[in-house]
Design a protein around this ligand. Structure first.
Ligand code: PMV
Length: 318
């Protein structure tokens, strides 16, 4: 028996950056995110006659260790004890700061639930996915999600239909995998940045403003909260000892482009994650203008455009 599960990356509008000491990916800051509908991770899972589990991403065999606790968990809570073969594909660059770990672990956990026939609630799947990668706690839902500071699971805030015009333009500055994982970056900034505790103090107010703006579909207010969130998050990285740099010159060029577009009346607000890519939030009527702006600023750059959505799906496959 095989199953195919698919999930979309969870893009944080305001960020989870920092873990509670002692917990497994329990966030110190509340995040609010959207599912990027057009980008997908598709994962096929089957019971294997081999002794050991196997995992591949894009056809490339991976070390099983990061996935083993999740596979073991499902063997523990079900009657099936066999090894599992996992083959995963991303429709977008892997481990480059487009949250492939969020969609990857969400698809894995949803697929394991179907394969092992454990029929867990979405909320329980969120808690389990979190242990693989924090942001995966949000990616088991589509639409707008919230993951509160201190919580072991994320919740659905609003369905994607709440704000159908919202769009994200992802400017792929680098296709390669990043040098520092978000896990390493987070722990290192928490342990060494003198600004880290201030970020954690300021984050709740930014998150409540972002939540209000999402509820009111107020792009400008949301954009301002988004900008404060990612710039404070990066301030903790820049001030870490030694500093963590994910930005490239092209990232800065795109941040400036967003500013110029806003000055010329185009509502577009940027955010970044643990990688050099720049994600530009706008509404449908301005997407073409934003894409044209990116292409004229940085000709040849890969640009992905997405609606909000990303409801995961699971189907049996023979
Ligand atoms: O859970 P991780 O390891 O994918 O870390 C996510 C960190 C950020 O993307 C920077 C922020 C976020 O909330 O997604």
């Amino acid at each position: 028996m095989s199953v195919v599960a698919s999930a979309s990356p969870s893009l944080a509008l305001v960020k989870y950056w920092g873990k509670e000491p002692g917990g497994v990916n329990v966030p110190s800051t509340t995040s609010i995110a959207i599912g990027l509908d057009t980008l997908r991770t598709t994962t096929r899972l089957s019971f294997s006659s081999a002794k050991a589990d196997s995992v591949s991403i894009g056809g490339v065999p991976q070390p099983v260790k990061p996935f083993a606790p999740l596979l073991d968990h499902f063997r523990e809570i079900s009657a099936r004890k066999q090894a599992v073969a996992v083959e995963s594909e991303n429709s977008f660059p892997t481990a480059a700061g487009i949250a492939s770990s969020s969609s990857g672990f969400a698809a894995l956990v949803m697929g394991l639930d179907a394969l092992f026939e454990t029929r867990l609630s979405r909320s329980d799947l969120s808690a389990i996915a979190r242990t693989g990668s924090g942001s995966a706690a949000r990616a088991v839902y589509g639409g707008f999600t919230q993951w509160r500071a201190g919580a072991t699971r994320a919740t659905e805030l609003l369905p994607a239909s709440h704000w159908p015009e919202l769009r994200v333009v992802v400017a792929v500055v680098s296709e390669g995998a990043k040098g520092t994982s978000s896990r390493e970056g987070m722990n290192h900034t928490r342990d060494t940045s003198p600004l880290y505790s201030r970020w954690v103090e300021l984050a709740p107010e930014i998150a409540s403003r972002a939540e209000e703006a999402v509820r009111a579909r107020a792009l400008e207010a949301l954009g301002r909260a988004m900008r404060e969130s990612y710039l404070l998050m990066f301030s903790t990285m820049f001030s870490a000892r030694p500093p963590v740099f994910y930005w490239r010159p092209e990232s800065v060029a795109l941040i400036r482009l967003a500013e110029e577009l806003r000055t010329s009346g185009v509502p577009v607000w940027e955010t970044m994650d643990a990688g050099p890519q720049v994600k530009l939030l706008t509404v449908s009527e301005h997407v073409d203008r934003v894409v044209a702006g990116v292409q004229s600023e940085l000709p040849g750059l890969r640009v992905l455009t997405s609606e909000i959505g990303g409801e995961p799906s699971v189907r049996a496959d023979g």
